[in-house]
Design a protein around this ligand. Structure first.
Ligand code: NAP
Length: 250
């Protein structure tokens, strides 16, 4: 379903990212914006404007929400690894005919030295052959993937404490970006890190660890992004998102 001028009145921004917050900020005064958060983070950084928190109840729930709220456009500005929400947004857009724009910041410029793998499970499988002291910045929800690796020591950093099963030898740091190269270098030195595992989240807020690992000559294992549902308009910045939403039809 194509976007049509002169710009949307009600925009639903599926959020949880700094790009989603930036988009809500840029749209202030130009459209009625509702930002939606999953509710995973205890004290989220909130965007300006209306915010709703919690799942919609699957595709049917999202379809019902879109219809009852009078939403004109949905912007999927979720994290690149929030694949289920992105799939639901695509399905709900198809079901309702309400246009969907996918806002995804680019992944990090790949370094030939990185080991790029398709999943966290694949990353966990290669770790014993690479190092012993692992820095995990893969999020608190999926530490269970590393739980069987009893011979390895893990440093995990997340915004909130880990949920579910965790590795036996685990030290957790609660912190949120942006991080600096100096800080990341000091952290990895302090803990004797010999492997960094991360997802290809992209963006400047958390890229410093990659520069620090390069400086320290620490191997990097990186999980590739899941693909976005095809067939929708895509932008890589909030600014381009606004331009697309307010583009005049030819
Ligand atoms: P997910 O697996 O794609 O989604 C699981 C379920 O959570 C969805 O089916 C939906 O529930 C609910 N949900 C997700 N995002 C939502 C949103 N923005 N608003 C309302 N409901 C939402 O998502 P996830 O990977 O757990 O990520 C959850 C949130 O954290 C996302 O908003 C994402 O932007 C943010 N985040 C994720 C990561 C990551 O690495 N995955 C990192 C940083 C931030 P219903 O089916 O009930 O609607």
């Amino acid at each position: 379903m194509p976007l049509s001028g002169p710009g949307p009145r009600r925009v639903l921004v599926l959020g949880g990212t700094s790009d989603a917050r930036r988009l809500a900020t840029l749209l202030e005064g130009r459209a009625h914006v509702t930002s939606s958060l999953a509710g995973r983070v205890r004290a989220p950084v909130l965007p300006p404007g209306e915010v709703r928190i919690g799942g919609f109840g699957g595709i049917d729930g999202l379809v019902a929400y879109l219809r009852s709220s009078g939403t004109d456009v949905v912007v999927d500005a979720t994290h690149p690894f929030a694949a289920r929400m992105s799939a639901h947004a695509a399905a709900a857009s198809r079901a309702t005919g309400i246009p969907l724009v996918q806002l995804r910041r680019p992944g990090w410029e790949p370094d030939p030295s990185w080991t790029v793998l398709p999943s966290l499970v694949a990353a966990a499988a290669v770790l014993p052959g690479i190092g012993r002291r692992i820095f995990l910045t893969t999020g608190r929800q999926e530490l269970a993937v590393f739980a069987g690796l009893d011979d390895l020591w893990f440093l995990a950093r997340s915004v909130d404490p880990p949920a579910g099963p965790v590795p036996r030898h685990l030290h957790t740091i609660l912190d949120r970006g942006p991080f600096t190269v100096a800080g990341e270098t000091a952290l990895m030195r302090e803990h004797g890190i010999d492997v960094l595992v991360t997802k290809d989240s992209g963006g400047d807020m958390t890229a410093a660890k990659l520069d620090a690992a390069r400086e320290l000559d620490i191997p990097v294992v990186i999980v590739a992004r899941p693909p976005l549902p095809p067939g929708f308009s895509q932008v890589t910045t909030a600014e381009d998102g606004v331009a697309l939403l307010f583009a005049q039809p030819e």
